[in-house]
Structures are given as structure tokens and as C-alpha cells.
Design a binder for this molecule. Structure first.
Ligand code: ADP
Ligand code: ASP
Ligand code: MG
Length: 369
């Protein structure tokens, strides 16, 4: 049996947490080979984005930001690996940080940061974390290897929010898996590549999606999303104190909650696993014995009409109104075309019955199509 386990940013934030991840993975190997997808060390993605923006705006502060990134990874290697096994990984981290510095220097000199270069910069978060974690697994006796998700997940060239080309991706993943003998494969989440080989990203929170893409391609029995809460809850525990864990939830309900703000799962994650009926467990790295939530194919008994409440910040309400629209075809088309061209994700649409008023709610921050 194969299984896919994904660990988010807080689960791999430092050496202590990565040791917990190691224990969890080890305890699951009796079930079969594990594909472990990891996020960047907690906070690093934001730091890398800041670094790119600083360089593009001509601020020398990007050098200090880079130093923070390098130091954080160096310290993690030093506290995670035995001294005798550190040198290879330390030089790998140094090499990646030097490459990153070269790119940021280019951005600084040109004063220009394209979406393509931003993806390249931010990809170092997952590249570094996955390399370090693979080395730690190996050093602690697991039969582990590292693989580059960019060589396996093929996407469009929509940098920052690339669309996965599932046929090519599925084939590449199955070919790779057929040749992989190690018990554990560690891969970077979030990153992929387009047809010409340039690095792309799958959208913020996209490591969940990477894990689901692998789970679906290999038709595994289990996908586990390991995070910092003990499952999907009736509301965001950061805002609501008396939340409850939802022990089991249908794919459709989980999709609905995540689309409307339950950040615990990145919305596109559900689609690939739902089509193959693969159960998704949401589990807590810091309380691994808690049962968590299973997202699966299930009917919702009538008495559980409200499963949870979610919310989204940064929503704009756009209202188009005027008597000139009544009975005139084409107004909605023009509005939606303009929004689509701006890569703006419309999440709710209503229209007055006379056709005189057409308000649309949209989220200006997310730019998914
Ligand atoms: P990771 O880094 O592991 O991917 P995220 O920060 O993306 O973790 O998602 C976990 C966070 O999602 C939790 O810490 C919690 O604050 C937030 N969250 C929002 N809504 C919910 C919900 N309905 N149930 C559980 N967690 C939620
Ligand atoms: N590191 C990326 C982010 O912070 C992807 C992820 O963690 O899922 O958005
Ligand atoms: Mg997440």
C-alpha cells in the first residue's frame, strides 16, 4: 500500500517539530511506502516574498532578509543532524541560498520583479525544507530519498496560480513511483513547472494540493494532512473559542467550507481525491493521537444541517445597477470578462429579478480562475 502524508509550515517550523514529523512517519511505515510532502519552514514563504519585494523596490534590506532565511535553515540543520552528517546538507543549503541571492541581486539591479521570478524566489522555501527533512530522515535511519516535484507536476505558465495538467502529471508521477524503491520519498509541496521548465507555484497553501495530486495519481488508500489543529472544526479556532472538531465530513461539505475560508485545507485539494474516493485525514502533528477529521464520501444525516461556519477577509462587493440594463443582453458578459482579465475570483453572484441590479461579491486578493 502507498500513502501520502503532508506536513504544513508549523509542523516543520524547527528541528523539534521536524523530530515529531519523523516519529509520525516512522510509525506509519508498517502500512507501506510513504510519500511525504512538506511545506516551507513556517513563515519562510512570507519572508521570501518580502525579500523579493524589497529587492524590486531598490531596498538593500533584502540582504538582511536573505541572511535571516539562510540562518534559519543552517540552524535547523545543525540541531537536527548529527555533526558527522551535517556537511553535505549545510553546503546544499549554502548553495541554494547563494543561488537565491544571485536572483535577488538581479531583481535589485533591474528594479523589476515578474511573477515568474517571484515564483522562482518563493520556491526556495519548499526546496530547502524538503532537502533538510529528507537528510534528517536518512540520518535517523529511515530508508528515505528526495524527489523534485517540479519534474513531476506539469502546469500552465500562470505563475503564482498555475493550473495543473493532470494527464502529463499523472503519467510522470506514476513513472517515477514505479522506479522508486525507498520506504520514504520526501518532496517539496507548492512548486511545479511549466512546459519550458520554469518553476511555477500552485497558489498560497498549495502544498495540500501537491499531496492530493500525488494521492490521486497513485490511487493511494490514504492521504493525511498534518497541521497544527486536531481536525476540521466548526469554525476557525483563532476567532471562535467554543469550536468543535468535526469527526467526519463529506467531500462536498469540506470543499464548501474551505472555499469560504476554512484555511485548514487549500480549496483545490479535494477535487483530485474526491474523484478517486480517497479518504483525507486532517491530523494534528502536536497531538498525533487525537482522531482528527476524515473527509470522505458520506451522506449527511438530516439533523446535521449546519456543519460549520467559515469567513473570508478582504472581500469587495461590486454592485452594477441602472435602468439601462433592463432587458439588454451583454452587460453581465462585459463585467465578468473584465473581472476574468484581471484574474479576479468571483465567489458569489446575485441578480435582481428585473435585471436592473447585478451585484457581485468578489475577493480582490485571491487571483484564482
Ligand atoms: P498548515 O501550515 O499546516 O498548512 P494552515 O495554517 O494552512 O496550516 O491551516 C491550519 C489553520 O487553519 C489552523 O491553525 C486554523 O487557525 C485555521 N482554520 C481556519 N478555519 C478552520 C477550521 N474550520 N477548522 C480548523 N482550522 C481552521
Ligand atoms: N509554503 C506555501 C505557503 O505558505 C505553501 C504551503 O505551505 O502550503 O503558501
Ligand atoms: Mg495550509
Amino acid at each position: 500500500m502507498k500513502q501520502v502524508l503532508k506536513f504544513g509550515g508549523s509542523s516543520v517550523a524547527n528541528a523539534d517539530n521536524i523530530r515529531k514529523v519523523l516519529d509520525i512517519v516512522r510509525a506509519r511505515l508498517d502500512r507501506g511506502q510513504a510519500i511525504v510532502v512538506v511545506s516551507a519552514l513556517g513563515g519562510i514563504t512570507d519572508t521570501l516574498l518580502r525579500c523579493g519585494d524589497q529587492a524590486a523596490s531598490g531596498s538593500e534590506a533584502f540582504r538582511d532578509t536573505l541572511a535571516i532565511v539562510e540562518d534559519r535553515h543552517m540552524q535547523t540543520v545543525k540541531s537536527l543532524l548529527p555533526v558527522s552528517q551535517q556537511s553535505g546538507t549545510l553546503s546544499l543549503v549554502k548553495k541554494h541560498c547563494n543561488d537565491l541571492e544571485d536572483i535577488c541581486n538581479g531583481v535589485f539591479l533591474l528594479g523589476e520583479l515578474s511573477a515568474r521570478t517571484r515564483d522562482r524566489i518563493v520556491s526556495y522555501g519548499e526546496l530547502l525544507s524538503s532537502r533538510i527533512i529528507a537528510a534528517a530522515f536518512h540520518a535517523h535511519g529511515l530508508n528515505a530519498t528526495w524527489a523534485d516535484a517540479r519534474e513531476l507536476i506539469r502546469t500552465s505558465a500562470d505563475f503564482g496560480h498555475a493550473t495543473v495538467q493532470f494527464d502529463t502529471t499523472g503519467q510522470q508521477i506514476r513513472n517515477w513511483a514505479g522506479d522508486t524503491r525507498e520506504d520514504v520519498s520526501v518532496l517539496p509541496g507548492f512548486i511545479a513547472s511549466e512546459g519550458k521548465g520554469a518553476t511555477t507555484t500552485l497558489g498560497r497553501g498549495g502544498s495540500d494540493y501537491t499531496a492530493a495530486i500525488f494521492a490521486a495519481a497513485l490511487d493511494v488508500q490514504i492521504l493525511e494532512i498534518w497541521t497544527d489543529v486536531s481536525g476540521m472544526m466548526t469554525a476557525d479556532p483563532r476567532w471562535v473559542s467554543n469550536v468543535r472538531i468535526i469527526p467526519s465530513i463529506s467531500y462536498q461539505e469540506a470543499m464548501e467550507l474551505s472555499h469560504f475560508g476554512a484555511k485548514v485545507i487549500y480549496p483545490p485539494t479535494i477535487q483530485p481525491v474526491m474523484s478517486r474516493n480517497i479518504p483525507v485525514w486532517v491530523k494534528n502533528t502536536f497531538a498525533p493521537d487525537d482522531p482528527g477529521t476524515v473527509i470522505e464520501n458520506r451522506n449527511n444525516p438530516q439533523h446535521e444541517i449546519v456543519r460549520g461556519i467559515s469567513s473570508i477577509n478582504n472581500i469587495a462587493l461590486l454592485s452594477l445597477e441602472g435602468s439601462g440594463m433592463v432587458g439588454v443582453p451583454g452587460f453581465s458578459k462585459r463585467l465578468f470578462e473584465a473581472l476574468a482579465q484581471g484574474q479576479i475570483n468571483v465567489i458569489l453572484i446575485t441578480q435582481g429579478s428585473s435585471g436592473h441590479q447585478r451585484p457581485h461579491v468578489r475577493n480582490p486578493r485571491t487571483k484564482w480562475c
